[in-house]
Design a protein around this ligand. Sequence first.
Ligand code: GLC
Ligand code: CA
Length: 508
Amino acid sequence: MLKWWQETVFYEIYMPSFKDGNGDGIGDFKGLLEKVPYLAELGVGGIWLTPFYPSPKVDNGYDVSDYYAVDPDYGTMADLEAFVAEAHRHGIRVIADMVVNHVSTEHAWFVESRSSRTNPKRDWFVWQDAPNNWESFFGGSAWEWDAGTEQYYYHSFATEQVDLNWANPEVEREIWKVFDFWLDKGLDGFRLDVINNLTLTRDFMDNPVVDGEQQHVFDKDQPGMMAKMAEIGERIRARGDYFTVGEISSDNLAEIERYAGSDGLDVTFNFNFGSVASRDGIVAELARMQQVYADGRMPTLFFGSHDMSRSWNRLADGREDVAQLLSMLMLTAHGVPFVYFGEEIGMADFVPESMREMRDVQGVYAYELALQDGKSEHEALVAAQEKTRDKARAPMTWPEGFSDKTEAWIGEVTPDFARGQRMFAFYQALIALRKTADFCEPGYRDFKVDGELLTYVRGEHLVCLNFGAAREMENKWGDLTPVLANLDVVVDADRIMLPAFAAVIFKI
Ligand code: GLC
Ligand code: CA
């Protein structure tokens, strides 16, 4: 018996950018509610919502100032409940982003903690008299001086995102309550933000620096992390049929896969596959994953998120056939797929042309660091454009527009509705096929990599994915009926002729 999430195609929604329902230029629950039928038509069975909790939004909600409420920009608790009910009515489950590595410096816990060295919440955060060499994942020192109490606090991301001290059992108990609260609200599980970064020890060894670049060795995956992950997974599973997906800050398969499974979280994000800089090597990486996850556990499959450039630009070179090739891989392979909103209509990157248009804190940090390094304003802008995650955060291009009264909170991209319709139909067909038993079952038959050609059989379906130039392959199956293809593929009794970037599914 498969678990529900093993047969589900998920869809990531970046809260401020999906649909504005009240005309203030920011996506919200009212807008989301209107679009549930769209998602049902696409065929997805699960939604991952990025953080919707009250937040000063230095990092767009990944700086939570209250774990038990909804940010007014996104609506009210009643709006959230109405949306979840509507999704459930359409057979779509909803998981929430849980950011429990850090909170906003405006969170009441931290306001208390920094009020004096003897405050009962002092030890809920990580305070030190002197900083070590740890750098923030956004750049710059990870330690910030607090003039009031004359110590440094630790922040692994922005200065305004202060790390919780997971070595303190009180913190952990409080976070269990947060999990319970949202499961009681009817959510179906969690996406756990940077979950292998939790501070569990008090060793503070300096990180090694190689060729001027800090290696994040001692500030993540600390001793005890595996047991902590198992505990989190177990606690949530013990409450019912819920799903957990962990964001492991790594692009190394061995580091990612070890936290996934019945003694960890259900699955972890495979950045080794999804966030690569080019499509060279994707086939080889999938082959490695096929071996590692042959024990029945599942990897995740995705080519986009709110933290990286869109796959349309990064991997598909702005080509529809390549974008469809990638989608066929993602939606027919063994794993749990996550479609990033807009990908199903072939949305392209948005690149801010000036710092005035730049919204992402990581882009802003890159700019400031470049200026400090003596770079010119133009060079600093280029560095910021490189780093900014705004690229994937432009609002969804709906035919009726994103917002009806005002400009969106971030720059928009020019829509191409004809392309959108073709891409949507392709995704829809793939997702419908994915729901048949052939593609839900774990594992492959006849998994084969031949140069840049990848082929595998799932149930009674043969999938051919050609990441290289036009070529032929042997037809050892005989009678093949094409079910879905991005390009014209010719088959005879002995051979299958595949154009460059062809993606085709046959019924055997
Ligand atoms: C995760 C989120 C990212 C955020 C960071 C800090 O990587 O996906 O958007 O900036 O955590 O919370
Ligand atoms: Ca709004």
